[in-house]
Every structure is written in structure tokens, then in C-alpha cells.
Design a protein around this ligand. Structure first.
Ligand code: PLP
Ligand code: COI
Length: 341
């Protein structure tokens, strides 16, 4: 199959419409059979639940071309399960796991010409999402929904690729205690927009959010979980009920322990102890692992010993092993790689 003529090596993290997307409609208490469409637009009632009360959630995963020429995705079952959790919390109907995976497969196959070649540095980002398109005016869940999935080829999430980021402690919260921080609801991202625009204006790449109840513990950024490495090479990741359970982070903890023989800890991480870590990184589907070189707390700089020029050594090993697994260069744990074609 002939690939599209794109400048794969210079793609950013931007939406490029592709040829086919999947859509299934929920009406009268049931999902229809679903179908592919070339139409990239959506039409709905002015009173749709998503427009009035933000009833929407989404997922994000990637398709990769492996060294031997297959197209694969990484742990799509976990995206389906997380979307199920998001739907339940938002009183939306669940889109069944097997159908979620089938939709991902159809979208990747329908746009195979846009899946970046092996070694290009780019990947295909798949965005399954669901929203209430039925009308509601009293505050209530809608009765009609759409599940959709589209795909778009992407490069690195942060411009500059592996160059360490400078982030700041945010004065804004992205989640509330007992709120929706642990699901992938669009409303969480709306909450973070002012904070990220302001962070960029002040010259920072991202925000570090603290726990909203005490503001003493590290939570996550607007689009990724944190990983820290101690001076004796233990990989530490924050535990909190109000952060998104990142599939990349959960996978990296297994990679650290089983592939690299490192000690791992998932625990509360206090802001006060961040200055004692050797390395810091942001992890997620879009972020992969993006190193953090500096964290600024209201003018006070915490400079990671790994510096501002390259990834720390443990972060680099984690990055190489995870991406090696995703691209088929390193044998994956059972069930992690879902071959599409
Ligand atoms: N945290 C937030 C707020 C995110 O939006 C994402 C992206 O999906 C992540 C963490 C990373 O999750 P994952 O590794 O499953 O992509
Ligand atoms: C992802 O990594 O898939 C996300 O959803 C993060 C988003 C901010 C692009």
C-alpha cells in the first residue's frame, strides 16, 4: 500500500484529517451497528448534552509500524476499559470493549496510508471519543450519544522532542478531591486551558498540578503522569485518586521492574521531596516520556541533576525499552501488542 506523501520527520502534534473515521450512534437504549464514514464533520442539536453540560469523554492511543512492517497498537484493551470507567462516571452508555477494539482496527486499516513508516519518528494517534448529542435542558444525562474514532499522524507532543522541559507549579487545580480527575472527561481539559495558556505566556512548557486538597503533593500535568527517579535508581510515580491512570505509566513501571531490574514505587510524592530526585519525566501516549529539567515553584528553581540538555540515564533506558517494545524491536509482554495488519 502506498503511503501518503507527508514530511513524517517534521510532523508536530496537530490534527491532520485522514480519509476514514468510525461512528456508532446510541438511540433508544442501544448502539447501532456502526460504520465508517469519510465525513469529518458532526451535526447535532443546539441543546445537545455535550454543548450544554459537557457530557463527553475520550481516549488516546497510537498505531506504530514495526520493524518487520506490521501495523500494531499498544494495549488498546486498557483504553477500552478506561473509557468504560469514564462513561460510568459521566452517566454515559458504555461502548463494549470488543467493539472499541474493532473500531480502532477499522480506523487504522482505513487510514493505513497515513500510518508513519518505521523509523520516521512519527506515529499515528487514534482518538476514540463519545459525546451526548441528544438534547437536554434540565441538568440530566442525555438519551442519545455518538461514539466516534478518528486517526491523525503525529510527531512529538512537545516541540524539541527529547529536550528537557521547564515546568511550573500551577496555582490552578485541574481536578477536585472526589471529582473527575481520574477519568478522561473533556471537562478536565477545559479546566486546564487557562492554566496552560498562562504557563506558555510565562515561558513554561507545562504545569505541575498539586493535590487539590492540601497542595503539598505532586499530581500530574495537563496531559501526562509524572515519573521520578531517585539517586539510587528507584522509579517513583505519584499515587492519587485524582490523576488519570496512565497506560504508559502503568506499562513503564512493569518495564522498569521486569526489563531493567529497577525498584519501583507508587506512592504519595510530596513537593518538598522533588528536589531530592535525580530525574523527572512526563509520561503518556502523546508525551511518551518527555524529560523535565527544571521545576519552578513561584520563582524558586528546582533543577534536576540530569540537566537541561538530555534525558537522564534511567529515563532514557525506560524510553528506549518502551518504544522498542512498541515498535517490535524488543519482545513485548503477553497481550501488549495488538497486531492490526
Ligand atoms: N494524564 C492525563 C491528564 C492525560 O491526558 C494523559 C493522556 O492520555 C495521561 C495522563 C497519560 O495517559 P496514557 O499513558 O494512558 O496516555
Ligand atoms: C494522550 O496522551 O493520549 C492524551 O490524551 C494527552 C492529550 C493532552 C493529547
Amino acid at each position: 500500500m502506498e503511503k501518503k506523501n507527508l514530511d513524517w520527520g517534521n510532523l508536530g502534534f496537530e490534527y491532520i484529517p485522514t480519509d476514514q473515521r468510525y461512528v456508532s450512534k446510541y438511540r433508544h437504549g442501544a448502539w447501532d451497528d456502526g460504520a465508517m464514514t469519510a465525513d469529518a464533520t458532526v451535526q447535532m442539536s443546539e441543546c445537545a448534552g455535550v454543548l450544554q453540560y459537557c457530557q463527553a469523554c475520550f481516549e488516546g492511543l497510537k498505531a506504530y509500524t514495526t520493524e518487520d512492517g506490521h501495523i500494531v497498537t499498544f494495549r488498546p484493551d486498557l483504553n477500552a476499559e478506561r473509557m468504560e470507567a469514564s462513561c460510568k462516571r459521566l452517566e454515559m452508555p458504555v461502548f463494549p470493549k470488543e467493539r472499541f477494539i474493532d473500531a480502532v482496527e477499522k480506523v487504522v486499516k482505513g487510514n493505513a496510508a497515513y500510518v508513519p513508516p518505521f523509523g520516521s519518528g512519527a506515529t499515528m494517534y487514534i482518538r476514540p471519543f463519545m459525546y451526548a448529542n441528544g438534547p437536554v435542558i434540565g441538568v440530566a444525562p442525555a438519551e442519545e450519544y455518538e461514539f466516534r474514532a478518528f486517526a491523525t499522524p503525529v510527531g512529538p507532543y512537545f516541540k524539541g522532542g527529547a529536550k528537557p522541559l521547564t515546568i511550573r507549579i500551577s496555582d490552578f487545580d485541574r481536578a477536585a478531591p472526589h471529582g473527575t480527575g481520574n477519568i478522561k472527561a473533556g471537562l478536565n481539559y477545559a479546566m486546564s486551558l487557562h492554566a496552560i495558556v498562562d504557563a506558555h505566556k510565562q515561558g513554561f512548557d507545562e504545569n505541575m498540578y498539586l493535590d487539590p486538597a492540601t497542595r503539598t503533593k505532586v499530581e500530574e500535568t495537563g496531559g501526562a503522569n509524572f515519573l521520578f527517579v531517585t539517586k539510587d535508581n528507584t522509579v517513583v510515580t505519584p499515587k492519587s485518586d485524582s490523576i488519570l491512570p496512565s497506560i504508559t505509566r502503568r506499562s513503564l513501571m512493569i518495564v522498569a521492574e521486569k526489563y531493567l531490574g529497577l525498584k519501583v514505587e507508587q506512592r504519595e510524592v510530596y513537593l518538598d521531596e522533588v528536589k531530592d530526585f535525580a530525574e523527572c519525566g512526563l509520561c503518556g501516549t502523546a508525551a511518551v516520556i518527555s524529560p523535565v529539567g527544571k521545576i519552578v515553584d513561584h520563582g524558586k528553581e528546582i533543577c534536576m541533576p540530569s540537566g537541561m540538555t538530555e534525558m537522564g540515564p534511567v529515563t532514557k533506558k525506560l524510553y528506549d525499552t518502551l518504544t522498542g517494545i512498541q515498535m517490535g524491536e524488543i519482545e513485548a509482554p503477553e497481550g501488549w501488542i495488538h497486531v492490526i495488519e
